[in-house]
Design a protein around this ligand. Structure first.
Ligand code: P6P
Length: 340
C-alpha cells in the first residue's frame, strides 16, 4: 500500500539534510578525518540552539539589560553576553579537539588543553552575542565563530591564535532573527541552515550560496558620516545621487546576512571615535570575510588589501571593514583610492 504524501512546500522527507548529516557528509570527503573537527562543529550547533532558546525567552526570564560590568572592549556587558559566553566556553571546553578558545568577552584566551598527545588541535574564536544592545528592542543579534588549526610548531598560544584569516578552517555565524539561521563555510562554499523548532535541528536550506554581483544598497552607521575619511564621504555622496538605499540594523550579523542574500556593501570605516575601525579582526571581520569571499564577494580593509591577509597583532585588535558584492566594494574603494 503506498503511503500518501501530503503535498506541501517542504522538501520530501528524504531530501531533508540536517546540519549534523551535512557535517558527516563533509567529513566523508576527507578519508583521513578523525571526526575531531566534526565534533567541534556539532558543539557549535548545540551552543546555537541553547543561546537561541535563551534569546527567545530573554524578556520572560528577565535576563535582558546590562550585566553591570564592562568587557575587555570597555563595552557594557549585557546579561545575555555573559550567558552566551558561558555556554560556548562550557560546550567547547568539553570537546577534546579544542585546545584554545578566545572570546570577545574574555581579555585573555582560555587554554583548555596543553599539546601533549600530538593530536591535531583547534582554536575557536567567537563573539558570543554580537549586537547584544539590540536585545532590548527585539532586534537582530548573532553569534560569530572562527576556527583555526593550533600551530604544531609552537607551544605559545598566541602563535596559534594570531594567524591571518586565510588560515581559518571554518567560519560562520548564527543569526537569532525572525528565525534562527546558521551560515557556515569550511572552505568549499557557503551553506545555510535554519533551526526547525519542531524537530530541534538545523535543516540545510541552501548549498553553495553565491552573493549577488550588485545591489544598490549600502550599510553603515550614517551617524558617523561627518567623521569618516574623505573617500567614504565621497562614496556616500555618489551612492545617494545614484539611487542607492541605506539599510543598517546595528548588528554585524544582521547586516552581513542581508548582504549575503541580497547583495550590496557593508562597511565600518575608520571614525574619529574608532580611528582603526570598530569591528574586531579575529572574531568579527575574519569569519565574515571568509564567508563573503567563499560566496564570491570581496572583503577589504583598504583598496587592494584583503581582510583575510591582515597579520594579526592582538586577539582584540580592530580593523576597517568593507565587504559585500564585488562591484559594490569596488565602487567604495574607487572613491577611497581617489581621495588618498
Ligand atoms: P555602531 C555591535 O556592537 C557591533 O560590534 C557590530 O555588530 C555592529 O556592526 C557594530 O558594532 C555597530 O556599531 O557604532 O554602529 O553602533
Amino acid at each position: 500500500m503506498s503511503i500518501p504524501t501530503v503535498s506541501t512546500s517542504r522538501p520530501a522527507l528524504r531530501d531533508i539534510v540536517t546540519l549534523q548529516a551535512h557535517i558527516l557528509q563533509q567529513q566523508a570527503r576527507y578519508p583521513g578525518a578523525t571526526g575531531t573537527f566534526s565534533w567541534i562543529l556539532s558543539a557549535v550547533s548545540i551552543c546555537a540552539k541553547m543561546i537561541a532558546s535563551q534569546v527567545r525567552r530573554a524578556r520572560l526570564e528577565d535576563v535582558l539589560g546590562a550585566a553591570g560590568a564592562a568587557n575587555v572592549q570597555g563595552e557594557q556587558q549585557q546579561k545575555l553576553d555573559v550567558i552566551a559566553n558561558e555556554i560556548l566556553l562550557r560546550m567547547l571546553g568539553g570537546r577534546e579537539g579544542v585546545a584554545i578558545v578566545a572570546s570577545e568577552e574574555n581579555e585573555e584566551p582560555v587554554i583548555l588543553r596543553r599539546q601533549d598527545d600530538g593530536e591535531t588541535r583547534y582554536c575557536v574564536l567567537f563573539d558570543p552575542l554580537d549586537g547584544s544592545s539590540n536585545l532590548d528592542i527585539c532586534g537582530s543579534v548573532g553569534t560569530i565563530f572562527s576556527i583555526l588549526r593550533k600551530r604544531e610548531d609552537s607551544t605559545r598560544p598566541e602563535d596559534s591564535l594570531l594567524q591571518p584569516g586565510l588560515e581559518q578552517v571554518a567560519a560562520g555565524y548564527v543569526l537569532y532573527g525572525s528565525s534562527t539561521v546558521m551560515m557556515l563555510t569550511i572552505g568549499n562554499g557557503v551553506d545555510m541552515f535554519v533551526l526547525d523548532p519542531a524537530i530541534g535541528a538545523f535543516v540545510r536550506v541552501a548549498q553553495g550560496l553565491r552573493i549577488p554581483d550588485t545591489n544598490k544598497c549600502y550599510s553603515l552607521n550614517e551617524g558617523n558620516r561627518l567623521s569618516l575619511p574623505e573617500g567614504y564621504q565621497r562614496y556616500l555622496q555618489w551612492a545617494q545621487s545614484n539611487g542607492y538605499s541605506s539599510r543598517y540594523v546595528g548588528a554585524m550579523v544582521g547586516d552581513v546576512h542581508r548582504i549575503l542574500l541580497q547583495g550590496g556593501v557593508f562597511m565600518y570605516p575608520p571614525t574619529k571615535k574608532a580611528p582603526k575601525g570598530k569591528l574586531r579582526l579575529m572574531y568579527e571581520a575574519n569569519p565574515m570575510a571568509m564567508l563573503i569571499e567563499q560566496a564570491g564577494g570581496k572583503a577589504l580593509v583598504a583598496p587592494g588589501e584583503r581582510i583575510l591577509e591582515v597579520q594579526p597583532e592582538g586577539i582584540h585588535q580592530r580593523c576597517c571593514v568593507v565587504l559585500g558584492s564585488s562591484a559594490e566594494v569596488d565602487a567604495v574603494m574607487a572613491q577611497v583610492a581617489a581621495a588618498t
